[in-house]
Design a protein around this ligand. Structure first.
Ligand code: ADP
Length: 173
């Protein structure tokens, strides 16, 4: 078990971490779910900065300031819409975690929190998505001298938290 990984049940907008990750849509202009919650909590300056970015393709990530959030940064990543699993959704979701973590490292982020990307409106099955979240993050941390001290998987529901806790208790590899 990697002591840098943990799972909690919380509203991600309340977390005191260096960066929170937003499950955004490709326009980066706000949406429902966790995206809407982050924009409401950060205030209108976040949308102004996002407008300058000109969108973000699926699997990539962009970084902004956190404005009224306790988090200094928001890393916006665009998860895949679930279309049954044969449309490249898994590599795209892996890329979301890899690209978000790489951006975090580039901005000296030591503590970062992820929501369950793609598992809400985008319909990705939670068990499969959580497995990708945990295995991709583990691989990234073991392969990089990253400076990341803590990765929080921030679950909105108790059911999601149970799935993540089970995965984190399993031995890596
Ligand atoms: P996507 O479009 O990528 O599926 P959603 O925002 O619909 O994004 O859902 C992603 C996950 O974020 C879901 O598990 C949802 O329950 C969760 N979620 C929604 N609001 C919050 C919040 N305030 N904090 C943490 N997680 C949240």
């Amino acid at each position: 078990m990697d002591a840098r990984l943990r799972a909690i049940q919380a509203d991600i907008t309340t977390l005191v971490v260096d960066a929170i990750v937003n499950a955004a849509n490709s326009s980066l202009l706000g949406g429902g779910g966790v995206d809407g919650a982050i924009h409401r909590a950060a205030g209108p300056d976040l949308l102004d900065e996002c407008r300058q970015l000109g969108g973000c393709p699926t699997g990539e990530a962009r970084i902004t300031r956190g404005y009224r959030l306790a988090a200094k940064h928001v890393i916006h990543t665009v998860g895949p819409v679930w279309r049954g699993g044969s449309g490249g959704e898994a590599p795209q979701l892996r890329a979301c975690y890899q690209n978000s973590l790489a951006l975090a490292v580039g901005h000296d982020v030591e503590t970062i929190a992820f929501p369950c990307i793609s598992t809400g409106i985008y319909g990705y099955p939670l068990d499969a998505a959580a497995d990708i979240a945990v295995t991709t993050t583990r691989a990234f941390l073991s392969g990089n001298d990253s400076g990341i001290r803590e990765v929080t998987f921030c679950c909105f529901s108790a059911g999601d938290l149970g799935v993540y806790r089970d995965l984190l208790e399993q031995r890596a590899g």
